[in-house]
Write a protein that binds this ligand. Structure first.
Ligand code: AP5
Length: 217
């Protein structure tokens, strides 16, 4: 199972990708999480990414594709994976297609999570993220058991710098200009499934699972 999850910032890609990956028993690969880890650890990539992410811009295609190619080459990806946040530009999508083609594989299904802008803004405003394990909470719909602490690892919860101020509108602009064209890219390949990302997390999860069912049979 090689699955791509698409959708605007805050659509619920991370939330749904984690659940879907666990259900299917494959890794959840999130470029956003990989980059936030790199920033936290102040690696070379992290130092380069920090300012770009804070502004809500994208990292260069070549850098991110190299990072993803290294991750997909690992053994735990042999049976598949759920990609969250990659590809994000047409160049990345073409790179991925060619990269997989070289090993005789391909993306089996792409799911686009559709959520209205008002809902997105409210989700980003109320998201809190764990510094330790990256888990995302929502102050109303999925609050942590103890305020400010992660249920899983007891890490500190914080508000992402790109969930504040002008970075939000920049991320939405970048999404529309650079990532939305991927819907057409995967539509042309008859891989695209559009799913409503609104409603309770469990209901969205059931829709996402149903959308991928054809590719799993
Ligand atoms: P990334 O981390 O990928 O950010 P994003 O795409 O903007 O997505 P988000 O993480 O904001 O949202 P999500 O859709 O995962 O929603 P979530 O499940 O958390 O990337 C960050 C940055 O890294 C980029 O801006 C860029 O700089 C860089 N980057 C990453 N990938 C790159 C690439 N390929 N190329 C170049 N640069 C790259 O949910 C949001 C909130 O809503 C949470 O609080 C959650 O609890 C809540 N929620 C989820 N589902 C529901 C529901 N059904 N009902 C109510 N609340 C819900």
């Amino acid at each position: 199972m090689r699955i791509v999850l698409l959708g605007p910032p805050g659509a619920g890609k991370g939330t749904q990708a984690a659940r879907l990956a666990e259900t299917l028993g494959v890794p959840h690969i999130s470029t956003g999480d990989m980059l936030r880890e790199a920033v936290r650890d102040q690696t070379e990539v992290g130092k380069r990414a920090e300012g770009i992410m804070k502004r809500g811009d994208l990292l260069p295609d070549a850098l991110i594709s190299e990072l993803v190619a290294g991750r997909l080459a690992r053994q735990d990806c042999e049976r598949g994976y759920v990609l969250d946040g990659y590809p994000r530009t047409l160049e990345q999508a073409r790179f991925l297609e060619e990269f997989l083609d070289r090993s005789g594989t391909s993306i089996r299904v792409a799911v686009n999570l559709e959520v209205g802008e008002e809902e997105i803004l409210s989700r980003l405003d109320k998201r809190r993220t764990c510094r330790g394990c990256g888990a995302a909470y929502h102050l109303d719909s999925s609050p942590p058991r103890l305020p400010g602490r992660c249920d899983r690892c007891d890490g500190e919860l914080y508000q992402r710098t790109d969930d504040l101020g002008s970075a939000i509108s920049r991320r939405l602009e970048v999404y529309q200009a650079q990532t939305e064209p991927l819907i057409r890219f995967y539509d042309d390949r008859r891989l695209m499934h559009k799913v409503s990302g609104s409603g309770p997390v469990e209901e969205v999860a059931a829709r996402v699972l149903a959308a991928t069912a054809g590719a799993r049979s």
